[in-house]
Design a protein around this ligand. Structure first.
Ligand code: PEP
Ligand code: MN
Length: 364
C-alpha cells in the first residue's frame, strides 16, 4: 500500500523563471578558483538557480580523490553570496548534515550509495532534525524502486516535505553505451505512484560521457520529468572526478537552448505506457544478445573439444533432436513452428561457422 506523500512543491520555495528546474555545477569542488569560475559561468544562464558541488566524494573504490572536505563549504558560501545561486551538497552521514547546516547550505542531496542503506537514511533524517531544508534523494545504485520509495517515505515521515527525487540511472553488469542504465520504467512508476513528487533527471551519471547527454536531457523532458542536474566544470578534461561526463558552462548553455519544450499531452498516460513497454523491450533485447553471445562461446568450446577428439562438426542426429525439442518448447510458449525453425537455423549456421573457424585455427 502506498500512502500519499506530503510534499511542498518547489514552486513554493524556489523561484524558477520557467520549468524545467536546472541544477548545474561540478561533480567535485576542487579548488576555490574552479568553483567560483564554474559558478559565475552557470549563474549567467537564466535557467540555472541551483549550484551543485560534491565536497565529500563517495568513491566506489579507494585511492582516488575523495573530495576537498569541509573547506569546500566556505567556497559554496562565497558562491551563494556572490552569484545569488542556491547551493547544494551531497551528505552521507550526520556529520556532513551538521556541517552543511552550519555553513548555510540551502539544499542537501543523498547519493546513490547512501540511499541503499535505510540506517544511513534514518541517521541523516535524524540529523536534519525537523530543520526546514529541502532534500533531494537519488535513486539507489540497484534498480530497486522500493528502496528508493522507502528512503523518500522515511524522510517524509520525519517531517521533511521539500523533497525531490533524482533519477541517475542504475548500476548493471552488461555492456551498454550508458554508465548507468536509465531504466525509465522505474522513475515513470515512481511518478505514477507519487504524482506530486518532483523528479529531476541526472543525465551526467546516466550517460557517463558527454555525447549521450543531449538525447537523455530531451528524453527526460519528453517524459515530463521536472528538471535536470547537469555536471558542469570550467575545464572538464582536467576534472578530478567524472571528467568524461562534465560539460563547460558554455556547452551547457548550448544544450539548454536546444531543448524542445513540448506541450504536455493530455495523453501522458499513453506515452508513459508506451515508454514503459519500449524500455522493457530494450532490456529484453539486451538479454537476448547477451544470451546469444554466451551460446556462441559454448559452441566454440564444443568446437575445440571436437577438434581435439577428431569428431566432425555436424552431428545430424543431435541437430534433429535439438530442433524437435526446441520447436515443441516454443509452441508451448505460443511461438510458431516456422519462427522457431528460422531462428534455430540462423543460430545453427553461425555456430557451424564458428566451429569451422576453431577447426581451422592454427594451434598457438
Ligand atoms: C554525484 O552526483 O557526483 C554522485 C556521486 O552521484 P551518484 O550518487 O548518483 O553516484
Ligand atoms: Mn559525479
Amino acid at each position: 500500500m502506498t500512502s500519499a506523500l506530503k510534499i511542498i512543491p518547489p514552486e513554493e520555495w524556489l523561484t524558477v523563471s520557467s520549468p524545467p528546474m536546472i541544477i548545474a555545477g561540478p561533480c567535485s569542488a576542487e579548488t576555490e578558483a574552479q568553483v567560483m569560475e564554474t559558478a559565475y559561468g552557470v549563474a549567467s544562464l537564466p535557467q540555472v538557480k541551483i549550484f551543485r558541488a560534491g565536497i565529500w566524494k563517495p568513491r566506489t573504490r579507494p585511492g582516488a580523490f575523495e573530495g576537498v572536505g569541509s573547506k569546500g563549504l566556505k567556497w559554496l558560501q562565497k558562491v551563494k553570496e556572490q552569484t545569488g545561486l542556491l547551493v547544494t551538497v551531497e551528505v552521507a552521514n550526520p556529520r556532513h548534515v551538521q556541517e552543511a547546516l552550519d555553513n548555510g547550505i540551502d539544499i542537501l542531496w543523498i547519493g546513490a550509495r547512501t540511499v541503499v542503506n535505510p540506517f544511513s537514511v534514518q541517521e541523516i533524517g535524524e540529523a536534519i532534525g525537523g530543520r526546514d531544508i529541502p532534500v533531494m534523494i537519488k535513486n539507489p545504485l540497484n534498480p530497486d524502486l522500493k528502496t528508493w520509495m522507502g528512503a523518500i517515505e522515511r524522510l517524509n515521515r520525519m517531517g521533511i516535505e521539500k523533497l525531490i527525487a533524482i533519477h541517475r540511472g542504475f548500476s548493471f553488469f552488461n555492456r551498454s553505451p550508458y554508465r548507468n542504465a536509465p531504466m525509465w520504467e522505474i522513475p515513470i512508476e515512481l511518478k505514477r505512484l507519487y504524482p506530486n513528487l518532483p523528479i529531476i533527471v541526472d543525465p551526467s551519471h546516466i550517460c557517463g560521457n558527454r555525447e549521450l547527454i543531449p538525447g537523455t536531457m530531451q528524453k527526460a523532458l519528453d517524459l515530463e520529468m521536472n528538471g535536470l542536474m547537469i555536471e558542469t566544470h570550467i575545464n572538464p578534461s582536467k576534472a578530478l572526478t567524472d571528467k568524461n561526463q562534465q560539460v563547460t558552462p558554455a556547452r551547457l548553455q548550448e544544450l539548454l537552448s536546444k531543448l524542445i519544450l513540448r506541450r504536455e499531452t493530455d495523453n501522458s498516460e499513453f506515452s508513459h505506457k508506451l515508454e514503459e513497454l519500449r524500455s522493457e523491450i530494450d532490456k529484453l533485447d539486451e538479454e537476448l544478445i547477451d544470451i546469444l553471445a554466451r551460446r556462441m562461446k559454448v559452441v566454440e568450446e564444443i568446437g575445440t573439444y571436437k577438434k581435439v577428439n577428431k569428431i566432425t562438426i555436424l552431428q545430424l542426429k543431435r541437430w534433429n533432436e535439438l530442433t524437435r525439442d526446441r520447436i515443441e518448447a516454443g509452441i508451448k510458449m505460443g511461438l510458431s513452428r516456422e519462427f522457431i525453425l528460422k531462428l534455430l537455423e540462423s543460430v545453427h549456421e553461425e555456430g557451424i561457422q564458428r566451429q569451422i573457424d576453431v577447426m581451422n585455427r592454427d594451434e598457438p
